[in-house]
Unconditional design. Structure first.
Length: 381
């Protein structure tokens, strides 16, 4: 009997040892096997939320709760980003917004919207208690820094103001009424659903509803007039995306004619326009017979559109000393510069100076204030 019990115990021990060995092998195989991690497409989400959890009546949210979100969160500055809006109800409802310049020290930003038909530039000012459009330029196809230009405070168009609560109301310079009509809303867009507040603008025959979400900004707009409804809503935010622009450069050829050549340029947020255009004028030309407009050593010291609708451009002395052209071709080069810059800014007059002095060379002598005029008579297309 004892012998049988001894044999049975040995058999059970062998079975247990075999099971442990198999378990150890399975554990080792599991550790060596790597399960691929699925790649996620992340939709930008607000870093803060204006709502209070488990609050049934959002109108009863306290002021302290709402202070989790600051006013400036509703209009963030996003450098090198393109806000792409989908549209319905009108061919110009879809548009793209980018940021030309951002001045964080003075809480200013310059935005640009392109709806396929026109480009509009706005300067936005963020103050302690309000966010306003202080400058707006329609049909603006050039890129100048407008942040330092003076503006009339009485012409500010307030986009949003405190207190950030339903019922806050103000009147715009043109007489329209604007007010916060909803808070702690959930607004659906093609890019996702976001918490937002609603701002309504009323005029005699139309109404606009704008929805702002913290950390993102404007996510949706609805224009209503009679039976017409036009909707623009955020579809995508493209980061690390510079603003691109097609410019036309007018090159002189050996036949004493000017030939336009289109060139795509890119602007990073806060990049100086004159430097971008200077590099564009130095780029390799399409035909070897074209004369360069400026030499590689020539610098553009300053470039801007004046309030008198004249383009002011100041070159370094190398513009003349390294030109290497006779009087006829010098005139052609000057006309090419004039046509290029005049066309870029959409004006007819260009004032060219050298190191701050009126243009002067061995062949051409300009008086102070005397301008060159855009002339397409010698242009061949």
């Amino acid at each position: 009997m004892r012998k049988s019990i001894y044999i049975l115990a040995i058999a059970i021990l062998i079975l247990l040892l075999t099971g442990c060995k198999k378990e150890d092998q399975n554990t080792t195989e599991s550790k060596d096997r790597i399960t691929p991690t699925p790649q996620l497409t992340v939709t930008p989400q607000p870093s803060v939320t204006p709502s209070v959890e488990n609050t049934e009546d959002t109108d009863d949210v306290t002021e302290n709760d709402r202070r989790r979100v600051e006013l400036k969160d509703y209009y963030p500055a996003q450098e090198n980003s393109l806000y792409v809006y989908a549209g319905s109800g009108n061919e110009y409802a879809a548009y793209v917004m980018s940021f030309d310049f951002i001045d964080t020290d003075n809480n200013l930003m310059q935005t640009r919207t392109n709806n396929g038909g026109t480009e509009t530039v706005r300067v936005i000012q963020i103050e302690e208690d309000k966010i306003s459009i202080v400058t707006a330029v329609n049909e603006c196809y050039y890129r100048d820094n407008l942040l330092k230009k003076e503006f009339e405070s009485e012409k500010k168009e307030i986009l949003l103001m405190e207190p950030l609560e339903k019922g806050t109301e103000w009147t715009l310079p043109d007489g329209r009424k604007r007010y916060i009509s909803g808070i702690d809303l959930e607004i659906a867009t093609p890019m996702g659903t976001y918490p937002a507040l609603e701002v309504t603008t009323e005029s005699e025959d139309s109404k606009v509803l704008d929805y702002y979400s913290p950390s993102i900004g404007l996510i949706k707009s609805i224009f209503v007039s009679g039976d017409m409804e036009v909707v623009s809503e955020l579809n995508e935010i493209k980061t690390n995306s510079p603003y691109t622009q097609m410019i036309e450069i007018y090159y002189p050829d050996v036949d004493e004619k000017l030939y336009p050549d289109q060139l795509t340029v890119e602007y990073q947020t806060n990049e100086v326009t004159r430097i971008v255009l200077e590099e564009a004028l130095k780029k390799h030309m399409e035909k070897s017979s074209y004369l360069p407009l400026i030499s590689n050593n020539t610098m553009i010291n300053s470039l801007y559109l004046g309030d008198d609708q004249i383009v002011y451009v100041d070159f370094s002395d190398e513009f003349v000393t390294e030109m290497n052209a006779g009087s006829g071709y010098e005139q052609l080069i000057l006309q090419g510069i004039t046509n290029t810059l005049g066309n870029y800014y959409g004006v007819n007059k260009v004032y060219i100076t050298l190191e701050g002095k009126p243009y002067e060379s061995g062949h051409v002598l300009m008086k102070k204030g005397e301008t060159f005029e855009v002339d397409m008579d010698q242009v061949v297309r």
